[in-house]
Structure formats: structure tokens, C-alpha cells
Ligand binder design. Sequence first.
Ligand code: HEM
Ligand code: HEM
Length: 464
Amino acid sequence: MATRRAVIFAATAILGTVKAHEHHTDHIEEGNAISDDPIDSILWMHILIQCLAWGVLFPTGMVLGIIRSRWHVPLQSTATVLSVVGWFLGHKHKGRQFAPNVHAAFAPSPMLLLFLQVALGVYLKLHLERGFHGRIRGVIVKCHGVVGKLLPVVAWVQMLFGGITALGFCRGDHLGQCLAHFIMGSAFIAYGIVLTILLLVGQLWIKRTGRSQEFFDSLVIAAWGCVNTFTEHRWGGPWVHNDLQHTSMGIIWWSAGLVGIWLSKDRQGRPKRNLIPGIVILMTGYAMSAHPQNLPLSTMVHSVFGYTLMGAGLTRIIEISFVLKDKPSYSPDGMETHSFQYLPVFLLYASGFLFMGATEEQMKLLSDANVTHVSYVLILYSIAFILFLFVNMLLNLYSAYAWPVDPVKAKLDPERAPRANGHANGHARPSRTSLRDAEEFELEGLMSDDEGLDSPRRKNATSG
Ligand code: HEM
Ligand code: HEM
């Protein structure tokens, strides 16, 4: 009861500020989206706090939730408090003024989703497990799981909206170009993240699907190609700008994608690797690097982007052909990686950030400030490295729990111990007692009765 009252109180308070808050736009010059004032310290605090809460804490807490750590609830509660503080700061800023914008309009969506998530979480934490509650618990855990994984994606969108709002970008004529760069850029980064997940913790999963990695890659490429074939040009109208190039890129994606799907099985129907997705990435990089641009800076950044993407495609081809020699994974148990395998994956992150950072407005801003393409490219690469590090850290957090290495055995014989105990995935396992002790220590009060079925460690214990 008390919790419900607290939630209602918080919601009313927030809706109250939304209503009470007025947008001052009197400093904005005719035709502009923002005033010339600098961003004030309150808005800077808003930006920093929201980046910390939504960009770092929630995703970390999400992984802690998946592994059922006892730190899940404290971390997500802290992040929730921070994001509410950040919300108020967003409304209280002075300094730079903004015309009605997409960031302000979209803001209630992540917040409502967060409140739903917290409400579901609090319900789970109450451990009402008898009768009706017991029957719906599984569904609530599923919903909490789905919304929990959706939140970082929604947060990504809201953070991008924040960036373009702060600078007054992507309005009028610029909208189409912004959409193209931010959607494609985010797609490259998402592809990079998915491949990192599959590389580090998903190789066994791919094996279980009975399909090769290229089947999934080619399927997405073909579907995306179909969409682009019909949406990049206004049919019936004249061919303008880079219409023809975009449409032809859509066509090559679906044509090549279909080949990739076809080649992902051998004649006996067994999963088989192929080079088609790598070739498609390579050709996309080539096409994009050759796009005509207005500013010299833009041309340089686009060409580095093109080379990076070509690099991603080329290294993927090398990885499959020469590192893996067409095998599904580096080690038969799917637990090891070759250092080269990080390269194509990382280059996708880098391509994504380079592409997102290359819209006309960004190029003009930098060109006017005399920033050279070299420094800009290095900065974008740095951002890519930071995100790559973060994703690797989160995956390590996950696998350290899902596939724990026995510290005692590792100390005795770090090289051999894992294989000596004969486990299917090649990693030493803690004894049953130490595993149980660790679980009790970590999960006190967090796990539900049905939890065991879904938990990553349980899955591993049953499969290994
Ligand atoms: C602060 C309020 C929250 C509370 C009290 C809470 C509580 C819980 C509990 C008790 C579980 C374990 C469920 C079970 O096995 O019975 C869980 C799992 C989980 N939580 Fe939360 N949570 C909260 C917020 C969040 C947020 C904000 C996110 C995401 C950003 C999140 C993501 C997850 C995920 C992904 C799981 C794993 C679900 C699955 O494996 O299907 N939680 N949470
Ligand atoms: C996902 C996390 C974020 C959330 C939930 C969020 C939410 C909000 C909210 C509720 C407002 C008030 C909107 C209004 O005045 O009606 C706001 C304002 C603002 N935020 Fe964020 N924000 C987030 C991240 C960011 C980031 C990362 C940036 C910049 C890089 C940013 C830049 C701004 C700016 C410039 C405003 C002022 C807009 C205006 O006054 O109309 N925000 N934000």
C-alpha cells in the first residue's frame, strides 16, 4: 500500500512540474532552434547525471539482474533516484533556450517505462508467491526482463535526442539526413554489440540453433535491403541527391543477402559459414566512402568512415577464412576467442560513430571551428573504444557468473585444470557445495522459486 502511494505521489509530483514548467523562447532568433546563450550549469548537471544513470548504471544493473546478483536492486534504485533528480534538473535549467523539441517530447516515454519497471521490480521483491501471485510470477519476471533489456535501447535514443536538441540540429531540411546517419550509425553499432555478445557468450547458443552465424546476418541484410529499395527514393518523382546510390545499395543488400541465406547450409543441410555478409559490409563501405560531399572536412571524414567499414568487412572475411578456417568457433567448445576476432567487431563500432558524427551540420560546426579531420576521427574512435570496453566489461560480468572458473584449481594449474576435469565447455567448475555457497551469498532474498529455470548459471549447469 505504502509503495503504491509513494509511486502515485512521485508520478503526480513529476506531472506537476511538467505542467508548471514553461518554455521560454524569447531569446531564440527567428528561424533558429536555440538561443545564443551558453548551456548553464544546471543543464550540464542534467546531462552528466542522465548519462551516468541511463548510460552506465542501468545497463550494468540490467546485467546484475540477469545474473540475479544481490547488487541488482540497490544499483537500480540508486540509478532511478538519480534519473528523477536529472529529470527535475532538465526542467529547471536557464541559459540556452530551446524551441519545442523531440528530446522534451520523447522524455516521458523512457520515464514511464522506468516507473513500470520499478513497479514490476518492487512487486517481485515483495515475494508474494502464493495462489494467484504464484501463478503470475513467471509472467511478471518475463515482463521485467523484456522491459529491462528495452530500457538501454530507449535510453540510447533519448541521449541522441538530447545531443541534437542541445545543439539545435536536425530540423527542417536536415531531418532526412540526420535520420539516415543516426539510424544507420546506430545499426552498425548495434550489429557490433550483437556480434560481441555472440562472440563472447553466444557461441554455444548459435550452435544450438543449428544455423550458421551468416544465416542470421544475411537474413537481416536481405530484409533491410528490401526496405531500403523502396524507401530511399520518392517513387514517381525525379531522382535527386544520392537517391540512386541509396536505392542501389538496398538492391545489392537483398540480392547478396539471399545468396548469404542460401549458402548458410551445405548440401547435407548442415550449417555452413560464408563470406557474403563480409562482402556486403565491404561494398557498403566502398559506396559510402565515395559519396559526394560539400565540405572538404566532410569528404575526409566520410572516406575514413568508408575505409573503416571496408576494414570491418575485409577482416570479417579474413577471420572466417583464415582464422576460423570455416569452423563455427575458434575452439570446439565455443568458449575461446582468437585476438583477431575482436577486430571486425570493433571496426563496426568505429564505423557507427564515424557515420553518426558526419552530418552536414556537425561538419559545418567543426569546419567553422577549424577542427581538422584527424583530431575528429581520433575522438570518434576514442568514443568507439570506450563503448567497446564497456560492452566487454558487462559481458565479462555476465560470464564470470555464468561460467565461473574455480580459483583453487586455476591456481594449481591454470593451463590444464580447465580441460582436466572433463567438462563439456572446457572450464573448471566449482564443486557443488562451493557453488551453492556462492549462490546463497549472492542471491539472498532475490531469487524466486521458479528463478532457477531461467538463470544463466542454471542453464549452464544443465547443459554442461
Ligand atoms: C529499482 C527497482 C527494481 C527492483 C526492486 C527489481 C527487482 C528485481 C528482482 C527481484 C529480480 C529477480 C526476479 C526473479 O527472479 O524473481 C529482477 C530481475 C531483473 N531485473 Fe530488476 N528490479 C528493479 C529495477 C530494474 C531495472 C531499472 C532494470 C533495467 C534497466 C531491471 C532489469 C532486470 C532484469 C533484466 C532482470 C532479469 C530478468 C530475467 O532474467 O528475465 N530491473 N529485478
Ligand atoms: C536518457 C536520459 C535523459 C532523459 C530521461 C532526459 C530527460 C529530459 C527532460 C524530462 C527534460 C525536460 C524537457 C522539457 O523541458 O520539457 C530534458 C531537457 C533537456 N535535456 Fe535531457 N534527458 C536525458 C539525457 C540528456 C542528454 C544525454 C542530453 C545532452 C547531451 C540532454 C539534453 C537536454 C537538453 C538540451 C534539454 C533542454 C530542452 C528544453 O529545454 O526544451 N538530455 N531532458
